[in-house]
Design a protein. Structure first.
Length: 252
């Protein structure tokens, strides 16, 4: 936990980024600490049932069972000791689910513009088209969701998440529903997109190679606990726990 605390302190000094220190007893025990500076991508890896998605939901405000503190860019989103809880709507979180959660009766443009909370209809439509361009879907605004490939739907979901002008982007296994070739293309898209985003990005994945290729920091979770946080090079060279080494597939 020492390395995690050190990184939390370094983020907190600048006030720019995400700092999480939460616990939970039920329905799933969890003790998690992590920090992600603005402009960095932080991967959370672990086996199925490790608590990765539960942690994302706590950050987004969708999980009220957690206790502790969550701050983003100096804004307190959770402080249970002082009975402070900011609603999910007020947290400005962009969240991409595994199944994308798009509206099938809307076209791509309307899916994105539905997340924009200000402006005239024409301004929202123009903003939605700009975001679709940003995720490499120029001219796709009028396309129905059912006509899009899995990779294209994933890009629409990212555009809709960005439409909220989020303070943080949370990606929950965003590439799990596509084939390997599409997955590699989407990983390259994310690597390019993050260069234009000066916000913390959290990526939940079970793909270690994906985490190593995309992340500035990696946190390994096991049974609800964040066991180690380090850079890809550090964590592969010096896993702090036998379980961390097993999850990463390296010798210790």
């Amino acid at each position: 936990m020492g390395l995690v605390r050190a990184r939390c302190a370094s983020v907190g000094e600048g006030g720019s980024g995400l700092i999480v220190a939460v616990t939970q007893k039920t329905p799933f025990p969890m003790q998690a600490r992590l920090a992600c500076p603005a402009g960095q991508l932080h991967a959370i890896v672990g086996t199925s049932g490790a608590g990765k998605t539960t942690l994302l939901k706590a950050i987004a405000g969708l999980n009220r069972s957690c206790m502790g503190t969550i701050t983003c860019n100096g804004n307190i989103w959770l402080d249970t000791e002082n009975r402070r809880f900011v609603s999910p709507q007020a947290r400005r979180v962009g969240l991409v689910f595994q199944n994308y959660a798009l509206f099938p009766h809307m076209n791509a443009r309307d899916n994105v513009s539905s997340a924009i909370d200000h402006g005239s209809p024409s301004e929202k439509a123009n903003r939605a088209d700009d975001l679709l361009n940003q995720v490499a879907l120029p001219g796709f605004g009028a396309r129905r969701i059912a006509s899009l490939s899995g990779g294209e739907q994933q890009r629409v979901a990212v555009a809709r998440a960005l439409a909220r002008d989020p303070a943080i982007l949370l990606l929950d296994e965003p590439f799990s529903a596509v084939d390997r070739m599409t997955r590699r293309r989407l990983q390259a898209d994310l690597a390019a997109l993050r260069q234009s985003l000066n916000i913390p990005i959290l990526l939940v994945t079970h793909d270690i190679d994906e985490a190593l290729g995309l992340a500035d920091l990696i946190t390994v979770m096991h049974r609800g606990e964040t066991l180690q946080t380090a850079t890809p090079v550090e964590i592969m060279a010096n896993p702090a726990h036998e379980i961390v080494a097993a999850i990463l597939g390296v010798a210790r």
